[in-house]
Design a protein around this ligand. Structure first.
Ligand code: DQA
Length: 153
């Protein structure tokens, strides 16, 4: 089955963006680890990143259709700052139910500014993996692999 690793705004800057918070790896490094780990679980991993809310929504819709068609196991999604602002992303994830979307954050948002404490994505996500750096994406792939038995994908 296919899996989408989807990253939102400013995550294209990983490697140079606040490395003390987000680590030294680039997004390309993380995507390479996701492809390799996904392959070890039997997943065909596709990676996408956008700084644009509407483009993220289009990706969610497209992968919801793939899930409905039985081709995709789910989506691993780091929505960046849109996590804390976007009812449109909340609605998009609801709209593609029951496609599993796993929310990932590199940093422990709950240990940071209070404006990062609320997530519009969390209530519609299958679950959230927060604060484990880039390992979070791999843990999310593990979670999708464990759900695969139930979904048949
Ligand atoms: C982030 C946390 C968000 O609060 C922030 O806006 C990001 C990255 C994380 O991965 O820790 O852009 O989603």
């Amino acid at each position: 089955a296919r899996v989408l690793i989807l990253n939102g705004p400013n995550l294209n800057l990983l490697g140079t963006r606040e490395p003390s918070v987000y680590g030294a790896e680039t997004l390309a490094d993380i995507e390479a680890r996701c492809r390799a780990h996904g392959a070890s679980l039997g997943f065909d991993v596709t990676c996408a990143q956008s700084n644009h809310e509407g483009v993220l929504i289009d990706h969610l819709h497209a992968w919801g259709a793939l899930h409905r068609a039985g081709e995709a196991a789910g989506i691993v999604f780091n929505p960046g700052a849109y996590t804390h602002t976007s009812i449109a992303l909340h609605d998009a994830i609801r709209g593609i139910a029951p496609t599993p979307v796993i929310e990932v954050h590199l940093s422990n948002v709950h240990a940071r500014e209070s404006f990062r404490h609320h997530s519009w994505v969390a209530p519609v996500a299958a679950g959230s993996i927060i604060g484990f750096g880039s390992d979070g994406y791999l843990l999310a792939l593990d979670a999708l692999a464990r759900r695969r038995a139930a979904s048949g994908l």
